[in-house]
Ligand binder design. Structure first.
Ligand code: SF4
Ligand code: SF4
Length: 243
């Protein structure tokens, strides 16, 4: 017991402020585009494993929900049209939350949920990297309990489903049943490029696609995998704590 206390005292506080703590130097995040250099060779689009790059005359665009931050477009482009940054704040509201009724709906959600959020994690076909990042949310560094957010063991106790992975043929029913078992008002967060777009898998008999092909999605958190700070950013959007 004394050894445990000594360790706690000598270790000090390790919890970081999720928003101000800098991601690691080599952390990969949002890819920025500079279309004016483009010569329309389309090598970037051919190199992109997720089909996220679209090249039109004078305009290149990246589908952030599909991008896996691999950096191949940056390496392939001979005219330096792409630049990889460490920006992880890419979470976006979707569905009714992003529509015109958002302020009213968000007000209702806040009135019901208050400033706490119970989360059920649902893995429907991920490689488990997103799941490892989710697990880090409960460690002493990110410590999401400090924000009134915690994981629960049943969808019947949950306010929000965090869904990882692409929807597989075999997991479709489990996702639908978990969604139905979650009481209203319920939110669904698609975590990672697989859940948000499913594009990196292409067409396959075993794949149904992104989460929003099966159930409505309220928050998209891009990344492959999204780092814990990106997940907290999405959770804060869900709780409407960000302006
Ligand atoms: S970083 Fe990779 S996945 Fe993202 S747009 Fe570039 S090539 Fe595509
Ligand atoms: S988004 Fe990337 S890390 Fe997450 S499940 Fe898919 S392949 Fe794995």
């Amino acid at each position: 017991m004394l050894n445990v206390l000594r360790t706690i005292i000598t270790t000090g506080t390790v919890t970081e402020d999720w928003e101000t703590a800098l991601p690691p130097r080599r952390s990969r995040g949002e890819v920025l585009v500079q279309s004016s250099n483009c010569n329309a060779c389309k090598k970037c689009a051919a190199a992109c494993p997720a089909g996220a790059v679209k090249v039109a005359p004078g305009a290149i665009s990246i589908d952030q929900k599909a991008c896996v931050f691999c950096g191949l477009c940056v390496e392939t482009c001979e005219t330096a049209c792409f630049k990889q940054t460490g920006n992880y704040k890419l979470a976006r509201l979707g569905g009714a939350l992003a529509a015109d009724t958002a302020p009213e709906l968000k007000g209702k959600i806040r009135a019901v949920l208050g400033r706490s959020l119970h989360v059920r994690h649902v893995d429907i076909g991920s490689c488990n990297a997103c799941d490892f990042e989710l697990a880090h949310l409960c460690n002493p560094i990110y410590d999401i309990q400090q924000y009134g957010i915690d994981f629960v063991a049943s969808p019947r106790h949950a306010d929000l489903l965090m869904v990882t992975g692409v929807v597989t043929r075999n997991s479709t029913q489990a996702l639908q049943m978990t969604y139905e078992a979650t009481p209203r008002p319920k939110l669904v967060m698609a975590v990672g490029a697989c859940a948000a777009s499913g594009q990196v898998f292409g067409d396959s008999y075993a794949i149904r696609g992104a989460v929003d092909a099966i159930v409505p999605v309220d928050i998209y958190v891009p990344g492959c995998p999204p780092r814990p700070q990106a997940l907290i950013h999405g959770l804060m959007l869900a709780l409407d704590r960000l302006q």
